[in-house]
Design a protein around this ligand. Structure first.
Ligand SMILES: Cc1cc2nc3c(=O)[nH]c(=O)nc-3n(C[C@H](O)[C@H](O)[C@H](O)COP(=O)(O)OP(=O)(O)OC[C@H]3O[C@@H](n4cnc5c(N)ncnc54)[C@H](O)[C@@H]3O)c2cc1C
Length: 460
């Protein structure tokens, strides 16, 4: 099995990407974007769409899609992003928060439609998302979750409960007890999506510089490794990697998510498994997993491994530790114990988690700076929505997109070390224990340790 080299998605599609220049010397642009992931790219796309005359440049330290955008689970999803209570904190109503979720739901299909209209093949398939329960406690948690969704206004058409038989009709996971299902998800190949957006940007006249790191930002001026760049506005779209920039170590926690992918499974295996509806499937255990059936008949699955590296560290080109590989391959095999399978590739990436687990678009006009991100692992659709909001803000256009709960100050910093490290590792251990207790004990109750871990992480 291959380990690292960014990700399976990037590793196997390098021939599809264009060569892009480094910056050479100083320049000025109307909008300077730091980071060539989904957020930077969608921001550039929407900015050019709103005003084709704007000079827009993107600076990417490595290459397009090097970060989470080229390594993720490929869920273009309308799942709730952020914590609703936190987003309603700043004078917004429940209806405002719900409308934001509906914007994301619509965005799922807008992205798919746009790619089709532009003739971009991103291996997209519309199958919705489904979170499955394999114990009574997991099923009860899902029902509680659904009850909360109803309180906030989501309808039966938007998310609903499936009983065990209905769930098995979609994906045949032995012992499954039920699921919640929503039609708002499209499965895709994330690297193909990144390349496609980059090409759309370039066709609109955006210049993308690769291998060009921004090392400091000060009042509209970015110092790079190869020259200085000034912008009327600078958009910081570095998500988890923001921790690398001076003075920003504790803005966002670089949380690790890890993935494995099987070799293509034969037709007999798919006859046993089903899963011909292309649902994005996750699990309701505390040691959460997310997965997709790929266009070429593999299972790609991700989840929690080592959650965080000391002092906001990053992975080395996606390389994964052996214990996490075993944990993830066991999870895939545990879902389909009767299906023989081999694994092709393992990797990991970092996603940006703000202290209140909720996205932000913070426009400090006097500093000519927009900071955007913090999707906490749900950024594929959210970055499209956020990029459109940023474009409106920098064009000084007050639209229905700009007076929304995501437009707010960046949340307070994370704690100093070793507290971040202790907290994230403790939470992971506690979730593992909680799953073990619930599995052994049976019954419908969530273990207290599981609830405590969620509280400690700040996600409740
Ligand atoms: C394993 C994994 C699975 C995931 N699965 C899903 C999923 O299925 N669905 C979903 O919605 N979300 C998922 N996510 C989260 C999602 O991928 C992210 O939220 C999203 O990609 C963030 O995009 P971004 O552009 O903000 O950040 P990134 O994609 O991380 O891009 C930031 C870019 O900035 C560049 N950069 C950093 N510092 C500098 C600098 N100083 N100068 C210039 N460039 C710099 C980096 O090289 C990087 O390319 C997953 C994340 C991971 C890691």
């Amino acid at each position: 099995m291959k380990n690292g080299n960014a990700s399976f998605w990037l590793d196997t599609t390098r021939d599809l990407t264009r060569q892009r220049p480094r910056i050479d010397g100083d320049l000025h642009a109307d909008v300077v974007i730091v980071g060539g992931g989904f957020t930077g790219l969608w921001t550039a796309y929407w900015t050019k769409k709103a005003d084709p005359s704007k000079h827009v440049v993107i600076f990417e330290r490595e290459h397009i899609g090097f970060g989470a955008s080229g390594r993720n689970g490929g869920w273009i999803t309308g799942k709730t992003v952020g914590l609703r209570n936190k987003l309603a904190d700043n004078g917004f109503t429940r209806a405002d928060v719900l409308e934001m979720e509906r914007t994301c739901q619509r965005a799922v299909f807008e992205i798919d439609d746009l790619m089709r209209a532009e003739g971009k093949d991103i291996d997209a398939a519309r199958g919705g998302w489904m979170q499955i329960a394999r114990s009574d406690s997991e099923r009860e948690r899902l029902k509680d979750h659904l009850a909360t969704d109803r309180e906030w206004g989501l309808t039966e058409d938007e998310v609903r409960f499936l009983d065990a038989a209905q769930t098995r009709e979609r994906v045949n996971v032995p012992g499954v007890r039920g699921a919640i299902y929503s039609p708002y998800s499209v499965r895709c190949h994330p690297a193909k999506l990144v390349y496609a957006i980059a090409e759309l940007c370039e066709d609109l006249g955006v210049t993308i510089y690769e291998n060009t790191a921004v090392v400091d930002i000060d009042d509209g001026v970015c110092a790079t490794t190869r020259g200085s760049v000034s912008g009327d506005v600078v958009v910081l779209a570095t998500e988890a990697y923001t921790a690398d920039l001076p003075g920003r170590k504790r803005n966002l926690l670089p949380m690790i998510s890890s993935m494995v992918i099987t070799d293509p499974l034969p037709d007999e295996a798919w006859e046993t498994i089903g899963w011909d509806g292309s649902e994005c499937m996750s699990g309701a255990q505390h040691m959460y997993f997310y997965s997709q059936r790929t266009a070429d008949g593999r299972i790609a699955l991700g989840g929690r491994g080592v959650p965080y590296l000391f002092n906001s560290g990053f992975d080395h080109n996606g390389e994964l530790d052996t214990a996490t590989i075993t944990q993830l391959t066991d999870t895939v095999q545990g879902l389909f114990p009767r299906v023989p399978m081999t694994f092709a590739h393992a990797w990991r990436g970092v996603l940006g988690v703000p202290r209140d687990w909720s996205p932000f678009i913070d426009y400090a006009k006097h500093r000519r700076l927009v900071q955007v991100g913090g999707y906490a692992g749900q950024g594929v659709t959210a970055s499209y929505v956020a990029g459109r909001i940023v474009a409106d803000l920098v064009h000084e256009r007050e639209t229905e997109h700009t007076a929304v709960p995501w437009v707010r100050s960046i949340p307070r910093n994370w704690e100093v070390e070793p507290l971040r490290w202790i907290g994230s590792h403790a939470v992971r251990i506690m979730y593992g224990i909680a799953d073990g207790i619930e599995h052994r004990r049976g019954g419908t109750r969530t273990s207290r340790i599981g609830s405590l871990a969620t509280k400690i992480s700040g996600r409740s």
